[in-house]
Design a protein around this ligand. Structure first.
Ligand code: TMP
Ligand code: ASP
Length: 260
């Protein structure tokens, strides 16, 4: 991994030059951060699991016609992606009040929202990713009105599809964050889904117990962080079918799977 040219290093991923022009290799780290980098830690095996979970979800979304940057998984921690021009906006879709929305508006955690709500945050670590409106986005030219329309429509489609997919495995999709990029496709500039979709950027609660099965376990020091990521992967059918919940939780999935 060190011989390749490093294009960008983020908090949870590294991007390397890909084998062909217009491609990149996306490497998933075990590093975890929260609250704009104030809390730092490692979630053992997270990179391996997020690589698999994101691969699975991106393929599914591709199948229903949501264009994504994903090409194929290369190994346990890397996937080949199309190089896109990232739009500097984090798109958050919420179905149930939690996290910053619950805090900002004083709505109890777990309150069903009257309808799905889409929010935008300007991707700027120095400013702590401030919330912005569509007016800021188009006025400052971060995305055109037409691109923003595509982004909204795609985000809501992803929400509908993933809400159903997760409900099918006993998980409520509370909220999640997406990133989009621009890609030249046959002389046309298209908006495609980029980054990753994993328990790092989704809130997933068990339908029966409301147990949190996502990065909030790390953010809030709830313990059993690795196990929650493993359980999501297991329910998606990504971890060995034979493994039971308790097997999976007590075995070191990383050391097994990284031999691949
Ligand atoms: P929030 O409630 O903290 O605003 O988070 C909303 C959703 O977005 C939640 O599923 C976590 C995700 N998220 C990220 O992926 N990255 C971030 O930097 C933040 C703040 C949230
Ligand atoms: N990943 C973000 C950070 O480190 C925030 C979060 O996911 O809570 O700042």
């Amino acid at each position: 991994m060190s011989r390749r040219r490093r294009i960008y290093e983020g908090k949870a991923k590294v991007l390397f030059e890909g084998p062909e022009p217009g491609t990149l290799v996306q490497y998933f780290k075990d590093d975890a951060t929260a609250f704009n980098n104030q809390k730092k830690g490692t979630i053992t095996g997270k990179g391996v699991l997020n690589n698999r979970i994101s691969e699975y979800l991106m393929i599914k979304l591709n199948e229903i016609g949501v264009p994504t940057h994903f090409m194929r998984r290369l190994n346990m921690r890397e996937q080949l992606i199309r190089q896109v021009e990232i739009i500097p906006i984090e798109v958050v879709v919420r179905n149930v009040a939690a996290g910053s929305l619950a805090k900002r508006l004083g709505i109890p955690d777990g309150t069903q929202l009257p309808r799905s709500i889409v929010e935008f945050y300007y991707k700027k670590d120095e400013l702590g990713d401030p919330m912005v409106s569509d007016e800021h986005i188009t006025a400052f030219g971060w995305a055109s009105p037409h691109e923003l329309e595509d982004i909204m429509a795609l985000a809501l489609r992803v929400n509908d599809y993933l809400s159903g997919l997760f409900l099918g495995i006993g998980l409520k999709l509370i909220d999640f964050k997406l990133e989009f990029g621009r890609l030249w496709d046959h002389d046309e500039l298209r908006i495609v889904l980029a980054d990753e979709i994993s328990p790092d950027n989704c809130r997933l609660w068990d339908v029966r117990t409301n147990e949190k099965m996502d990065k909030d376990r790390f953010r809030q020091d709830l313990g059993k962080v690795e196990e929650a990521y493993q359980e999501v992967a297991r329910r998606l059918g990504i971890l060995a079918e034979a493994a039971t919940a308790s097997d999976t939780a007590s075995s070191n999935v990383t050391s097994i799977s990284e031999k691949e």
